[in-house]
Design a protein around this ligand. Structure first.
Ligand code: GDP
Length: 365
């Protein structure tokens, strides 16, 4: 399963946010593909479409989809003391598929900041520089050998050398790999390098309670947004402290709390949805009378692969995917109506599944 790692400097609110994630926690038993580990938090993906489908179909059971966050700081803290915390940190980041970078955007007398003052851009650059230097090392290890081969007109080496040179140039001016454009052939080389700075990034601005209603007034948040524009990254604003408190509430209490705060979505839900997108994930649904359920797939997956997420037999014996879009099903009011309106398609093995598809797989056993 894909996972997003939570990173950031000390005292920015990572543990507070991760606590909120695990407290809100999904029932692991529903998600056998998920990792059971104290540094992994499983979250359910909030999706209004699942509620609407439940109202429409009235199933016995409704199951949301879920994915994982990994608390990198937690892992690093637990690592054996003394030897290369830095390297451990980097090797854990290497294993995640996207990065949620928590940035301190709150001032507080009581909580010391590692570098003495609150300066979110400086904080971001401190961590980013570590990642860039590690990637530079990766490139430097290869470039000499590849250059020799490229001079001998080895076709693949010529491509790789061009890629490595471009990367090196960017790293030397402290730009991440994700800021560079590559063509398809070059992209294959880049993927093979497993760079840290080619992973997608989301900056999570952690603000004070009084700032979440109108985060634009917080000058730190503004700075982070400005920075993110040049860094191919998105920004969301949360108050980790509130999220930690809210994670203990039930749905009704949570709704009241949000109303009091004057916001319509919790920071945690925003974080979950933004990270889901960042990981390139999307949702399809199955909607039977027994169970209405959301399933996570990676954008670009075809129908048989998506069937395989439910069960390997579904992929092996795949015949067709009876498919209707969520909007068409809702507009029709029932499966029968959608079918009569000609909105239900029979898709074959090359069909690229779309976010919001409601699918019934037909397969041979
Ligand atoms: P970490 O070192 O990044 O894991 O940081 P922690 O989550 O331990 O937070 C450091 C301190 O900042 C703790 O005392 C938290 O209670 C506090 N803190 C976290 N988030 C917020 C916030 O949004 N506002 C304020 N005022 N304090 C916070």
């Amino acid at each position: 399963a894909l996972t997003a790692g939570i990173v950031g400097l000390p005292n920015v609110g990572k543990s507070t946010l991760f606590n909120a994630i695990t407290k809100a926690g999904a029932e692991a038993a529903n998600y056998p593909f998920c990792t059971i580990d104290p540094n992994v938090g499983i979250v359910e993906v909030p999706d209004i479409r699942l509620q609407k489908l439940t109202e429409l179909v009235q199933p016995k059971k409704t199951v949301p989809t879920a994915f994982e966050f990994t608390d990198i700081a937690g892992i690093v803290k637990g690592a054996s003391k003394g030897e290369g915390l830095g390297n451990k940190f980097l090797s854990h980041i290497r294993q995640v598929d996207a990065i949620c970078h928590v940035v301190r955007c709150f001032a507080s007398e009581d909580i010391t900041h590692v570098s003495g003052k609150v300066d979110p851009i400086d904080d971001i650059e401190t961590i980013n520089l570590e990642l860039i230097l590690a990637d530079l090392e990766t490139v430097d290890k290869r470039i000499g050998r590849v250059e020799k081969l490229a001079k001998q007109k080895d076709k693949e080496a010529v491509i790789e050398f061009a890629v490595l040179s471009k990367l090196k140039e960017a790293f030397e001016v402290e730009k991440p790999a994700r800021s560079i454009e590559f063509n398809e052939d070059q992209m294959k080389v880049v993927k093979g390098l497993h760079l840290l700075t080619s992973k997608p990034v989301l900056y999570v601005s952690n603000v004070n309670e009084d700032d979440i209603q109108d985060p634009e007034h917080n000058e730190y948040v503004q700075k982070v947004k400005e920075f993110a524009k040049g860094d191919q990254a998105e920004v969301i604003v949360v108050c980790a402290k509130i999220e930690e408190e809210m994670a203990e509430l039930d749905d009704d209490e949570k709704a009241m709390f949000l109303e009091e705060l004057g916001i319509d979505e919790s920071g945690l839900d925003k974080l979950i949805r933004a990270t889901y997108n960042l990981l390139g994930l999307a949702t399809y649904f199955t909607a039977g009378v027994q169970e209405v359920r959301a399933w996570t797939f990676k954008k670009g997956m075809k129908a048989p692969q998506c069937a395989g997420i439910i069960h390997t037999d579904f992929e092996r014996g795949f015949i067709r995917a009876e498919t209707v879009s969520y909007e068409d099903l809702l507009a029709g009011g029932s499966m029968t109506a959608a079918r009569e309106a000609g909105k239900v398609r029979l898709e074959g093995k090359d069909y690229l599944v779309q976010d919001g598809d409601v699918i019934h797989f037909r397969f041979n056993v």
